[in-house]
Structures are given as structure tokens and as C-alpha cells.
Design a protein around this ligand. Sequence first.
Ligand code: ATP
Length: 323
Amino acid sequence: MNLHHGAPALSVAGLRKAYGGTRAVDGIDLVVGPGEVVALLGPNGAGKSTTIDMIVGLVRPDAGQIAVFGASPREAVRSGVIGVMPQEGALLDDVTVGETVTLIASLHRTPPPVEEALRRAGVADLADRRAARLSGGQRQRVRFAMALVSGPDLLVLDEPTAAMDVTARREFWRSMHAFTGTGRTVLFSTHYLEEAEAYADRVVLMNAGRIVADGPVPAVMAEVSGRTVTAVVPGARAEDLGTLPGVTAVHVREGRAELRCVDSDLVVRELLARHPDARDVEVGALGLEDAFLRLTGTPAGAPAGTLTGAPIEAPAEETEAAR
Ligand SMILES: Nc1ncnc2c1ncn2[C@@H]1O[C@H](COP(=O)(O)OP(=O)(O)OP(=O)(O)O)[C@@H](O)[C@H]1O
């Protein structure tokens, strides 16, 4: 296949797929440039797998276009330009790792040496081992070798580290890092925010079939996670604190005010300027998990509400500043 030089590694426009009344993917636009490492995040049922299955040609979209280096998904898979990690069932118990990867390599016209794929996936020393004797993490890395053996320019991985323990996950990402270091493009889905933060250049966050955030990891994380400034502010009302510049929400718990914001330095300066008797000021980061749940709208504790104007000394209660 002739790659369309200058074409994006992946271009998706107006992509939709419904199952009965469920809009699994509800109008997605996404362009991934060559060399980008993109994490697809989202809660269960967000539409990540359906999106990936359409990109790799396993599921037919109801509407929309997909191009992989300018070609259709099927062409791209057939020619080996796109590398896909097969499902768990792809490993046969009695077949060795080396034989499995060699078999996949034989499907491609000009595959790179099998040994190279085994080495890149970190399973070269397991080449003679039968699949039945592999650990969960090793099995996953063999499947990674199967995705690598065509020498793909775009790797698409649906939850590659699901069911791996921490050590296996670290080893997997070490192998992946070596691959992305060669300038290849990767799109992977994950439930682990930490993986997205550590290994992706860019995060695409999906919810209910749509993209709700898309950008470089630090930008999305800053927007999503934000910071909190907590303090005891005698006499102040939540609605007063909600007017401090950059404060997006005010919670009052046990006499302490918790102010959500992006720029905590600014908020601390303004808080002390307006309320010189504020004390026990603490700055912290929102947990990534908490932030993720907030952005996707999945229940994460405090419901969005309105200001009650309760004084700080009032009994513990939560309020949310109007945005
Ligand atoms: N083959 C199918 N038949 C019917 N409904 C489906 C099918 N595949 C997916 N769905 C539904 O489409 C929605 C999106 O599912 P999808 O698997 O794409 O989400 P996901 O983000 O990958 O979730 P998870 O993180 O749990 O894997 C869900 O409501 C799911 O139940």
C-alpha cells in the first residue's frame, strides 16, 4: 500500500454507531498526527472499544469516515500499516510464542524479522515456551508482539494492560516506550489515568459516545484536575468566596472552606487580601480519579447544586458555586 505522505496517521470524521437504542459512538471527530501517542479514556460504556473496533475495521460504522494514512481501515490492516493487538483467544495453548508470531508474520508480505518483534515486545526469551505456560502479563506481551510483527506505523490497542499486575504493566510500558521512541503513532485505550499521564502525549476523553476533552496531557489534566485551596475563613460566606477570581466551586465542610480552582497561587493571594484573618491555608491537587469522574459526569460524590450562602461556621454541608 502506498502511504499518503503528509496524511494524518488517523483521521476520523462524524463517526457514529448505534446498537439498538444505544448510541455507542455518537459523532466523533479525531485527527492524530504521525508520531503522536494518544490515550483514549472514559468510563465503562463510553464507546472506546466501539471506536477502536471501527478504526481497525472490525465494526462497520453507521456513519462517518475513517482514514489511516489516507487509506481505509481494512486496507491498512491488510497491508500491516495498522497494528492491532488480537483478542485473548488468539493464543493457542500448544503453540509456542515463536510459532505464533511467525504465523502472524507470514500473513504479511514484507514483515520485519520475527525476532525483532519478539525482542521489542520483551518476549524474545520466551520464544520456545508454549502459550499454556505463560503468565497473564506474558500473554499480553505476546499479543503485543503479534501487533508489532507487520512493522506497523500506527498501533491501536484496546486496554493493552487490562488484567496485568503492576510489574507486568511496567514491563509492557517499557517495551511500548521503545516502540514510540522510533516515532511511530499509537492510540490506546485505558482505564488507568496514570497510564495516560505517564505514556501519552495527548488524552482524548470520551463519555456517552462523545469526546468531552481532547488535548495534551498536562493541559487536559490541569483543566480536569485543578487544585483546591482549603482554609478556615471566619465569618465568610460561601457565596463571598465564590466570587474570588478563578474559583469554580466552593464546598464547606466542618468549618473549613474548600475552593476549587486552576491557579491556586492567585486564589491564595486574593483570599488573604480580602480575608486577612483566614488561617490554616492548605493547597492541594484534586485526585485524578475524582477529576475524571467530574468531567465525565459520572457520580463522584457532591452533586452540582446552588450556593446556599451558609456561613463557614454552619454545620458541615456542601455547596457548589455557580459557573
Ligand atoms: N455488540 C454490541 N451490542 C450491543 N451493544 C453494544 C455492543 N457493543 C457495545 N455496545 C454498547 O455500546 C456502548 C459502548 O460500549 P463500548 O464497549 O464501546 O464502551 P467502552 O468505553 O469500551 O467500555 P469499557 O471501558 O467497559 O470497555 C455500551 O453501552 C455497550 O453496552
